[in-house]
Design a binder for this molecule. Structure first.
Ligand code: FMN
Length: 364
């Protein structure tokens, strides 16, 4: 379930919290999306729906604290990408025993930085209390993750607001839903500087030079990332004598779309974006791409250090690392060979590129 509005400056992720067979949750979420979509489209807001039952996260099974951003399982990475791509959340939740569903708490616990500095609205439902006790409990959890609960809310008493498993049509309820979206978008816009600026809790790292922070990319990093990418690939264009390079043609929307399939990491030095890389799994391989270092920072070891970091992020089940680079990008090829990669042949190697692989080294 996903609905997109063109040129979206704001991404709202609707989270369906209940998972049991025969649940009411998806019908409530469908109603919310239907009631708010025209307004969302007018405002250029994208609405994505994450149904926790479809997502199927196991009980938290990551060895590291999520604030490390270091995940060994692909299901965590996929969830991380989805949440990182959002600017705001709407939690559609029932009340179970005066509290939130366990699946919702578990989904929160899987991640950390991805949630931060984003507003969250609630659409709750239940019997006498219309799910409001569940919302109160959830607010305590989300503020720990630096989310900001908004005031506008939808609270549905099941007996009054639903019939045959559907929300009863009501102009008043639809207006309340639009109120949630509106307030959410206002607060998300106001909180944007917090999501953009380097934060005290960014993962400070000891790298080859001082002043580095390393984070999973957020939507607000993308504009800067696009500029860095173009700067870096101008050098590739010169080395390979062609302007026909995809990284030079990509738009902000392309980068935003790539966040749903790739995990992206950004390296900042004293707040300025100086390097980035992305990776994803493909069968048993850990595909690494778009390793870039700002030209004025080249030669100081950031590229090799970031390559080694991203290799360590490979999920347990991967057997080897793979990447492509221009066939005349001798500087890149040297860096990869020094890191243990070997030139190989692959059927899907784009024209003018070479393919390199390296066996994954398991850390005891
Ligand atoms: C395990 C469980 C506990 C429940 N506890 C409450 C409760 O504390 N308060 C309430 O108003 N409704 C409670 N209900 C009723 C739910 O609000 C109602 O079944 C609702 O449809 C559940 O959402 P779902 O259909 O999406 O799972 C409970 C239901 C279940 C299954």
């Amino acid at each position: 379930m996903s609905s997109k509005a063109a040129g979206a400056p704001l991404n709202v992720l609707v989270i369906v919290a209940s998972t049991r067979p025969g649940r009411l949750g998806p019908a409530i979420a469908d109603w919310f999306v239907g009631a708010t979509l025209p307004e969302a489209e007018r405002r250029g807001i994208t609405i994505d729906v994450a149904d926790l039952a479809e997502l199927g996260l196991p009980l938290l099974d990551e060895p590291e604290h999520p604030s490390s951003g270091s995940y060994v399982h692909e299901h965590t990475r996929a969830w991380s990408r989805r949440v990182a791509a959002a600017d705001a959340f709407v939690v559609v939740t029932p009340e179970y025993n005066y509290g939130m569903p366990a699946a919702l708490k578990n989904a929160f616990d899987f991640l950390y930085h991805e949630w931060a500095w984003k507003p969250v609205g609630f659409v709750s439902y239940g019997n006498t209390s219309a799910g409001t006790r569940s919302v109160q409990m959830t607010k305590q959890v989300v503020t720990t993750l630096k989310m900001m609960p908004i005031g506008a809310t939808v609270a549905l008493r099941i007996a009054d607001s639903t019939r045959n498993g559907q929300v009863i049509e009501s102009a008043g309820l639809d207006k309340t839903a639009r109120g949630v979206l509106l307030e959410l978008s206002q607060v998300a816009a106001a909180m944007r500087p917090l999501r953009t600026r380097p934060h005290r809790d960014d993962t400070s790292v000891s790298g080859p030079v001082e002043g580095l922070t390393l984070t999973i990319a957020r939507p607000d990093d993308l504009a800067e990332l696009l500029v860095l990418q173009r700067c870096c690939w101008v050098q590739e264009a010169l080395a390979n004598d062609t302007l026909d390079l995809r990284p030079l043609r990509e738009t902000l929307d392309d980068l935003r779309a790539s966040m749903s399939t790739w995990q992206l990491w950004c390296v900042r030095r004293h707040g300025r974006l100086v390097a980035a890389v992305r990776a994803r799994t493909h069968k048993r391989a850990w595909l690494i791409g778009r390793l870039m270092v700002a030209p004025d920072q080249a030669g100081n070891g950031i590229g090799s250090w970031l390559l080694s970091y991203v290799e360590e992020q490979a999920p347990e089940e991967t057997t080897h690392h793979e990447l492509f680079t221009g066939h005349r990008s001798t500087r890149n090829i040297r860096l990869y060979e020094r890191a243990g990669y070997a030139l190989t042949t692959a059927d899907d190697t784009p024209d003018g590129s070479v393919h390199l692989t390296k066996q994954r080294q398991l850390i005891a």
